[in-house]
Unconditional design. Structure first.
Length: 196
């Protein structure tokens, strides 16, 4: 599988490079997307209290490479709704349930972003900003963590209904009761399908 990933990405990139100029999306169009990505999660130091006293725990850095792009701790799909030819509201959703020997863990990632697209050529740059919430629960406890993020990228059209999407972004996840604050830095390459 790993041997096929690089040739597939290279072929899609070449196809996108030679794609012709197409028109912008219209109001009411929808963009459905799925990304592969590279993330670095940089956790802040945090305080830990127990019976014997208070301790400072050094935050850890985590590197993730995933398909789909995780956008932090959990994979997510994109659903963009065009309000005009340039403006787009983009909810994201990710879900994971793990059950191992009777112990279960449920994780959900919900996001809402505004995307502003520039131009109407075959490659359209964009900027985006918004927020997301990460929800985690198991048989003993549950917690939620909020974050704000922004990104820049471009969409290169392939024909009328498909596009490659490249993005670099950063999200600040704020400290919650059980989770330390952190920065999520990511690069992604994805595919988008347009309904019209």
């Amino acid at each position: 599988m790993k041997r096929l990933l690089f040739p597939a990405v290279a072929a899609l990139s070449l196809l996108a490079f030679f794609a012709g100029v197409t028109t912008a999306q219209t109001k009411g169009a929808m963009e459905l997307g799925y990304d592969l990505g590279f993330n670095v999660l940089m956790e802040d130091d945090y305080e830990y209290d127990d019976y014997y006293g208070s301790y400072t725990v050094e935050g850890e850095d985590v590197v993730q490479i995933g398909l789909p792009h995780s956008g932090g701790l959990l994979q997510a799909l994109r659903f963009g709704f065009y309000l005009t030819e340039q403006s787009e509201i983009e909810p994201t959703f990710g879900f994971q349930y793990v059950n191992y020997e009777g112990d279960w863990l449920l994780q959900t990632n919900l996001g809402l972003f505004y995307v502003h697209n520039f131009g109407s050529a075959g490659t359209r740059p964009y900027v985006k900003g918004g927020g997301r919430v990460y929800l985690i629960s198991d048989e003993e406890d549950s917690d939620s963590q909020f974050g704000l993020g922004a990104g820049i990228g471009a969409k290169t059209r392939i024909g009328d209904r498909l596009a490659l999407r490249y993005e670099a972004g950063a999200t600040r996840q704020f400290e919650s009761e059980a989770l330390a604050a952190r920065w999520d830095l990511g690069l992604s390459l994805g595919i988008s399908f347009f309904t019209k």
